[in-house]
Structure formats: structure tokens, C-alpha cells
Design a protein around this ligand. Structure first.
Ligand SMILES: Nc1ncnc2c1ncn2[C@@H]1O[C@H](COP(=O)(O)OP(=O)(O)OP(=O)(O)O)[C@@H](O)[C@H]1O
Ligand SMILES: [Mg+2]
Length: 295
């Protein structure tokens, strides 16, 4: 488990605490730490899921390496022995769940790719017949595979706000047409390669979000990539269009929370130990399936 109270890093700035990740500014670079926190229905639960952070971090590392022929990424090193001096006392806690990354200038759109119709895409298709301005054929069922993966960008919301889906033209107004086209092509290439590999391991990556940044005038991939936090992972063996699909990583927790009668406002309830263990194992199973390795 991770226990890195920020007071232990007195000399370092915790620049951002997301629902799951803590980010420290080392001056030159950023240290991204993936904790074992779990969020469900957008609420961070009081329990931690052992090794979940290691799984998510290692999944990103796995993909970043495999995508280097498509685009460079922000990783400097994942070897704790190469981290700045001030992190040395915490090497054990940081091992496998962190990466030292280059500080980039984040591009201000989120690059979402949808291979299947679900979530906000399904809602908008039902209401208006299109997703982010892209008209889709009539008669699609919930969770259907799309003929072609779609690039459906969104704005980056401030903390607490929700991202807003926008059309490609709107994204071009924000970052320029040439840049929007580049990000679209990169995003589709990344998704196609990742989704194909995952599918061959029995995992459907229904949709996902990429983030890009600029470094020395070049586009690089930042943040996390093709993890169950930034994507929808569905078990292929249970896939059935015409209904919503089970989430590979969090379904048991979601089901339990729904059953519990919790009103989905913070604080979330404590989970039974058995469910915590099962969820931890599910994350490890996803990692094993994808990479063939143990965490
Ligand atoms: N290499 C990088 N350089 C600069 N900023 C980065 C880099 N990698 C990631 N970021 C930024 O760090 C932030 C990551 O935040 P994080 O994912 O922890 O929280 P969040 O996205 O605000 O919330 P959530 O908990 O919902 O994910 C994002 O704003 C992302 O753009
Ligand atoms: Mg995030």
C-alpha cells in the first residue's frame, strides 16, 4: 500500500492531487505517483485497493514503450535509483507506482477516441443522432462497435468541473487546425494499435482519452495512457451489444455500492474486505492478461 503523506516531502511541492494520482514538482521535472485510491461514481472511496496504483502505473509504462514508434512520451525514468536525491528515502514506496516525467506544456483539449458507442457518446447519439458533430448511422445499439473509431475531443475542465464534448472544428479553434489534425491522427493511431493488442488478450478498450503536450516544439504524449482509469475496459467474454457493459476493473465495486443504497455523494462507504481483495486481484489479472507479467 502507499502511504506518502505530503509532509514527508516537505521540501517538495505537491503540485496536484487528482482523485488517484499525486504529482510532485522537482523543479526540472514532475514525479507522478499513482496511489491505491479508488474512485467510483466520481467519489474517492475511503479504502485503498492494494497494488492498484502499481498496476495502473505499469500499464501506462507498458503502453508508452510500445507506442514510441507512433509518438514520443514524457517518461524520463521509472527507475527509482535515478530519481532526484530527495526521493531516495521513499524508494520502496515509489517503486513501480511512479514515473519521473518531463514537464510539458499541456495542449488544452482532451483527445478522446471511441471505438464503441457508450457513455456520453451513447446519450448524445440517442438524443441527436450524432457524437461531437459526427453523424452516425441509424439503428445503433448501446455498446455497438463503430465502423471506424471516432475522434471526439473535449475541453479540459478545471478541477471539479466536467469536460465538455466539442466538435473537431471547435477543437481546431482552440489549438489550431494543423495541430488538431495532428492530434486526431496520432490519437487514432494509438487507439487502433492499443485496442488491437488488448483485444487479442480478451480485453475490449471501448474508448479512451489521451493527453498531449509540447516539449521543445515537439508534440509528446503525457499523463497516462490506455489504463482502466483513462479508458473503458470491458471483458471480451461478456461483451453483448444492446446493453451497458461490465467494467473490467470496477464492476464489483459499482454493483456493491449501488446495492448498498449509498447516495453517491461524499464520503463514500467502507468496502467489505473480501471485495477489496477481489478488486485488487482483478487489477492484477488485467495486468497479467495484457502484459503476460506479474505486477
Ligand atoms: N508531462 C506532463 N507535463 C505537464 N503536465 C502534465 C504532464 N503529465 C500530466 N500532466 C497534467 O497533470 C494532470 C494530471 O492530473 P490527474 O490525472 O492526477 O488529475 P485530474 O485529471 O485533474 O483528475 P482525475 O483524478 O479525474 O484524473 C493533468 O492536468 C495533466 O494534464
Ligand atoms: Mg486525470
Amino acid at each position: 500500500m502507499i502511504s506518502i503523506p505530503k509532509t514527508q516531502f516537505d521540501n517538495l511541492a505537491l503540485v496536484r492531487q487528482g482523485k488517484v494520482r499525486d504529482i510532485f514538482d522537482t523543479g526540472e521535472s514532475l514525479l507522478m505517483v499513482t496511489t491505491d485510491r479508488l474512485s467510483a461514481f466520481d467519489v474517492v472511496l475511503p479504502d485503498i485497493i492494494p497494488d492498484k496504483g502499481k498496476v495502473l502505473n505499469q500499464i501506462s509504462v507498458f503502453w508508452f514503450k510500445r507506442m514510441e514508434d507512433i509518438v514520443k512520451n514524457h517518461i524520463i525514468t521509472t527507475n527509482v535509483n535515478e530519481y532526484p536525491e530527495e526521493f531516495k528515502p521513499y524508494s520502496d514506496a515509489l517503486d513501480k507506482r511512479s514515473m519521473l516525467v518531463q514537464k510539458a506544456e499541456p495542449l488544452t483539449i482532451e483527445c478522446i477516441v471511441r471505438g464503441y458507442i457508450t457513455g456520453s457518446g451513447w446519450s448524445s447519439y440517442q438524443k441527436e443522432g450524432h457524437v461531437c458533430g459526427i453523424t452516425l448511422p441509424k439503428g445503433l445499439k448501446e455498446s455497438d462497435k463503430l465502423e471506424q473509431p471516432l475522434f471526439t475531443p473535449s475541453t479540459k475542465a478545471e478541477i471539479g468541473d466536467h469536460d465538455i464534448n466539442i466538435s473537431f472544428d471547435e477543437s481546431a479553434k482552440i489549438i489550431g487546425l494543423e495541430m488538431a489534425e495532428k492530434l486526431k491522427n496520432l490519437s487514432l493511431d494509438l487507439y487502433n494499435k492499443g485496442a488491437a493488442l488488448a483485444l487479442s488478450k480478451g480485453i475490449i478498450i471501448a474508448d479512451t482519452k489521451f493527453e498531449f503536450g509540447m516539449l521543445d516544439g515537439e508534440i509528446i504524449l503525457i499523463d497516462e495512457i490506455l489504463t482502466p482509469d483513462s479508458s473503458r475496459f470491458w471483458p471480451l467474454s461478456e461483451y453483448e451489444p444492446g446493453r451497458s457493459q461490465n467494467s473490467f476493473d470496477k464492476q464489483s465495486v459499482r454493483d456493491w455500492l449501488t446495492e448498498s443504497g449509498w447516495d453517491k455523494t461524499p464520503p463514500g462507504p467502507k468496502l467489505p474486505q473480501e471485495l477489496i481483495d477481489r478488486t485488487s486481484n482483478t487489477y492484477k489479472e488485467i495486468y497479467k492478461r495484457l502484459t503476460g507479467n506479474d505486477v
